[in-house]
Write a protein that binds this ligand. Structure first.
Ligand code: HEM
Ligand code: HEM
Length: 176
């Protein structure tokens, strides 16, 4: 059993942070460009592709999680904190999987599709404006919840490091 995350787990964790920043920056700044302009299309494509990358990274992470073992945090936090961390991580994984899938289905329901290396990804849903509208609301709500979830996650990591003075953060920065 190793006392920190493996190099590949750390790489994928911090890559996810970088890509999620691109996902949010792109979508939050789409209003800077006029609807129908090339710039707006580019910003939206950036959101779609970065969002899709999150899905791929999440799947890789889950496989790495299942094939790597990490020793408990040292010193061990109280049980309630360990349980909350587990819940937080499950919610983060659910967020990383659900957002891109909802986004893709929404895009299909709007009548659009995503091209990968010139090949259109198979449509997950037929054109359905009503469904697209409902999914957009869901995508938006979970997107806002994501800010809270990720913010809380980062703050808790810093509390572990500076207040509880355990090795939680260094397991994810320096690794084993
Ligand atoms: C982790 C991944 C993702 C996150 C965190 C995310 C987040 C967001 C957020 C915050 C919005 C703005 C909602 C609003 O204020 O109206 C949005 C809109 C949208 N997203 Fe995503 N998204 C992700 C992945 C995707 C993917 C993979 C696609 C499609 C391939 C997608 C398609 C869309 C579309 C079509 C909109 C509506 C944009 C508009 O009509 O102006 N998203 N997303
Ligand atoms: C400044 C930002 C961030 C910091 C400081 C941070 C820090 C950490 C630390 C220290 C851990 C290890 C926790 C433990 O061993 O119990 C961790 C795990 C984790 N982080 Fe982050 N993180 C950040 C951003 C993110 C983002 C953006 C996501 C995804 C949206 C994310 C998702 C996760 C997940 C799912 C785990 C659990 C890993 C596992 O056990 O499989 N983190 N993070």
């Amino acid at each position: 059993m190793k006392n920190g995350y493996s190099f590949s787990q750390r790489l994928v964790h911090w890559l996810t942070l970088l890509v999620i920043i691109v996902v949010y920056l792109a979508i939050e700044n789409r209003g800077l460009f006029e609807r129908g302009s090339d710039e707006r299309a580019l910003v939206m494509l950036t959101h779609f592709y970065a969002g899709f990358t999150i899905l791929i990274l999440a799947i890789i992470r889950l496989v790495l999680r299942m094939t790597n073992s990490v020793a408990p945090i040292d010193p061990l936090p109280p049980v309630w904190l360990q349980r909350s961390a587990m819940l937080g991580h499950v919610l983060l994984y659910a967020f990383l999987l659900a957002m891109p899938i909802i986004g893709l289905v929404m895009l299909n329901a709007k009548g659009g599709s995503l091209d990968l290396f010139g090949v259109s990804l198979p449509s997950l849903w037929p054109k359905d404006p009503e469904m697209a509208e409902q999914l957009e609301e869901l995508h938006e709500s979970i997107g806002k919840f994501g800010y809270v979830l990720i913010g809380l996650h980062a703050v808790v990591a810093l509390v572990h490091h500076h207040v509880l003075k355990d090795n939680t953060l260094t397991r994810m920065t320096r690794g084993r």
